[in-house]
Ligand binder design. Structure first.
Ligand code: AMP
Length: 187
């Protein structure tokens, strides 16, 4: 089963993706985590992505789709994947649809984690004090939220007109939200 998690930064996609991935026995794939690791290790991918990431801008679609193709080529991804924040533009949605189709697959469920801007700002401020991510500082957060509104929010309508989108109110305890995710997936 292939499941896409959509939502603004700080909506809880990573936390809930890990829970649902474990429950369904599927790997979670987050482009943000993969890119951060590449930056830390100083690989060519990391060197290419670093400046955009630190500024809070989106990394180019071709880079993302290259990484997605590579991940989906791995044997552990053959039964399905939890895609966490992997699609942030319409060209990425189209590209991922093509890559899955080559494997006779399609996105089985799209979950949208719905949370207000005020809640996001408070969460990212908390996360910054814990994880110290450079792109959680207020200036980069403002840019990331703008990138989300301008480039990622339209992706919701793109999926609405295809697989349909299941909306998860993403405020509450981790357990409450995980229960909503299970219900939305019929599990
Ligand atoms: P995240 O950890 O999901 O907040 O991602 C951190 C940063 O990685 C984002 O602000 C972008 O710079 C970059 N990034 C992660 N996934 C994507 C994607 N699918 N498209 C473009 N940029 C991405």
């Amino acid at each position: 089963m292939d499941i896409l998690l959509l939502g603004p930064p700080g909506a809880g996609k990573g936390t809930q993706g890990a829970i649902v991935g474990k429950a369904l026995g599927l790997p979670k794939f987050a482009t943000g985590d993969l890119l951060r690791d590449a930056v830390k290790r100083g690989t060519p991918l990391g060197l290419e992505a670093r400046a955009e990431m630190e500024a809070g801008h989106l990394v180019g679609d071709d880079i993302i789709l290259g990484v997605v193709r590579e991940e989906l080529g791995k044997p552990e991804a053959s039964k399905g994947v939890i895609f966490d924040g992997v699609v942030r533009t319409i060209p990425q949605a189209e590209g991922l649809e093509r890559i899955l189709a080559e494997k006779q697959r399609k996105m089985d469920a799209v979950l949208f984690f719905d949370v207000s801007d005020e809640e996001i700002l408070a969460r990212l401020e908390r996360r910054r004090s814990i994880e110290g991510r450079a792109d959680d500082d207020p200036a980069a957060v403002a840019i990331r939220l703008r990138a989300y509104r301008e480039q990622t929010a339209p992706v919701l309508s793109w999926y609405e007109s295809r697989e349909g989108v299941r909306r998860i109110p993403a405020v509450g305890t981790i357990e409450e939200i995980a229960a909503r995710v299970r219900r939305a997936l019929g599990k």
